[in-house]
Ligand binder design. Structure first.
Ligand code: NDP
Ligand SMILES: N[C@@H](CC=O)C(=O)O
Ligand code: NA
Length: 432
């Protein structure tokens, strides 16, 4: 029996999906049962990297989501609209949904899952986080017995690629970003990658799965990588760290009944940490749960083939259920989302972490003493203080703190900023 899909979008990921479906030999036999019924795109005249009958194409995407012949709508457009409306319309028309759109799910998950549960259809999204890495399904199913303590991930391929090239090849930020765009890793608007928004969407989704509650996307604390400079990468290296954009979800008591830390920011990761060696477009998600302990998911986090691998596996999942007669509107609980409450998030000022800060100081006697006094006054204890270089006649002092409350650290910094000996504080980064 053939199952018909309507493909919304034939860009990087859509093309990858179509390539797998048109080349089923040697793959799971279910793939032969999936046919592409319609393809929705913006331009009918664009040259494409795949040969599909022109009859399949339309620019009226509404036709696809209401087509009675279509079983599964695969949304690979990106962006919030028209993706959200089309997903909802498809659900209203009884279609199952497969999407890789983390932006839509992180913001409209409640609306979409409520509609899907009422309509008795699945909304699967393995491609949305970690590209080809299986992480959504493991969190929903294989790790279900665990009380999750933390999820820490490198979940944006573009920024990991940029940071890796800046670290290993001393490459220029803009050049590497252009390369990541050419390779199909970056979002249509790469601001979402560079400013950490894409990683924030992804950690909101992972946290919701791991900690069993909804997350308000706008509450996820988020800093991108624009402020990471070659100077900091170099200092981090000398101090035994690699700078990575981390997405962090931590339960303060290991369950959602208490507050949850949820944040994305560039982080100095000790070179010995498992996430320190994840380079290029690779992503990794380190989950710690009780009783399992640590488990790390690793693989290609973006790009045509890896993401299509995850999307097609979701399509197959639905096809497998439908072909075994499971179309009775009773959804498999481990494949759906039925969260009702929202997790409480810890405000960033209450966060406890280590910090790295770089100060440019006028070379007057006693600067380090002044820094120490101000930090001490605000109960910030220092792990190391180094003065290595000079920049334009200003001494460069780098400080790494012990674990401190972010609020205390910020208070100390605002006092330090007003010291006459301090010219500026070009960088402040958190340390894992
Ligand atoms: N690229 C990646 O590595 C990954 C992407 N994702 C997610 O997958 C989704 C797709 O990404 P990607 O394939 O890179 O995106 P692309 O920009 O490469 O492709 C988008 C596709 O959607 C079509 N499209 C976009 N807007 C409209 C519209 N308003 N009406 C009709 N067609 C439209 C475009 O048509 P046309 O071809 O005519 O321009 C194009 O075919 C996004 O949600 C992204 O976040 C997830 C993981 C990895
Ligand atoms: N732009 C994203 C694509 C995958 O989600 C990334 O770079 O990771
Ligand atoms: Na994935």
């Amino acid at each position: 029996m053939a199952f018909k899909i309507g493909l919304l979008g034939l860009g990087t990921v859509g093309t990858g999906v179509a390539k797998i479906l048109l080349d089923p030999v040697g793959r799971n036999p279910l793939i032969k049962e999936i046919t592409i019924e319609r393809v929705g795109v913006r331009s009918l005249s664009k040259t494409r990297d795949i040969s599909l009958s022109p009859d399949l194409f339309t620019t009226t995407l509404e036709e696809i989501v209401t087509d009675p012949d279509i079983d599964i709508v695969v949304e690979l457009l990106g962006g919030l609209e028209p993706s959200r409306s089309l997903i909802l319309k498809a659900i209203e028309n009884g279609k199952h949904i497969v999407t890789a759109n983390k932006a839509v799910i992180a913001r409209y998950g409640e609306e979409i899952y409520t509609a899907a549960n009422e309509a008795g259809v699945y909304v699967l999204l393995e491609g949305a986080v970690g590209g080809g890495i299986p992480v959504i399904k493991p969190l929903k199913q294989s790790l279900g017995a665990n009380r999750i303590n933390s999820i820490i991930g490198i979940v944006n391929g573009t920024t990991n690629y940029i940071l890796t090239q800046m670290t290993q090849e001393k490459a220029d930020f803009d050049d590497v970003l252009a390369e990541a765009q050419k390779l199909g890793y970056a979002e249509a608007d790469p601001t979402a990658d560079v400013d950490g928004l894409d990683a924030a969407d992804k950690i909101a989704i992972l946290a919701s799965l791991g900690f069993g509650g909804r997350v308000k996307r706008e509450d996820v604390y988020c800093e991108g990588i624009r402020q990471v400079s070659a100077v900091d990468i170099n200092y981090a290296d000398r101090l035994g760290f690699i700078i990575k954009l981390l997405a962090i979800a931590k339960g303060s008591k290991g369950d959602a009944s208490d507050t949850l830390e949820l944040r994305v920011h560039p982080t100095l990761v000790p070179k010995t940490h498992p996430l320190a060696s994840i380079n290029g477009v690779y992503n990794a998600i380190l989950v710690e749960g009780e009783p399992l302990g640590q488990v790390m998911f690793f693989g290609r986090g973006a790009g045509e083939g890896p993401t299509a691998s995850a999307v097609v596996s979701d399509i197959m999942n639905i096809v497998a259920i439908l072909s075994s007669g499971g179309d009775s509107k009773t959804l498999e609980p481990l494949l759906t989302c039925t969260h009702q409450h929202y997790c409480n998030l810890t405000p960033i000022e209450a966060l406890e972490t280590r910090f790295y800060a770089r100060f440019l100081c006028r070379d007057v006697p006693g600067v380090i003493g002044h820094l120490g006094t101000s930090f001490g006054k605000h109960r910030v204890s220092l792990e190391s203080v180094v003065q290595i270089g000079f920049q334009d006649n200003l001494a460069e002092i780098v400080v790494v703190t012990h674990n401190v409350k972010e609020g205390n650290f910020r208070q100390a910094l605002s006092e330090i900023e007003s010291l006459e000996a301090i010219h500026s504080i070009p960088s402040i980064l958190r340390v894992l």
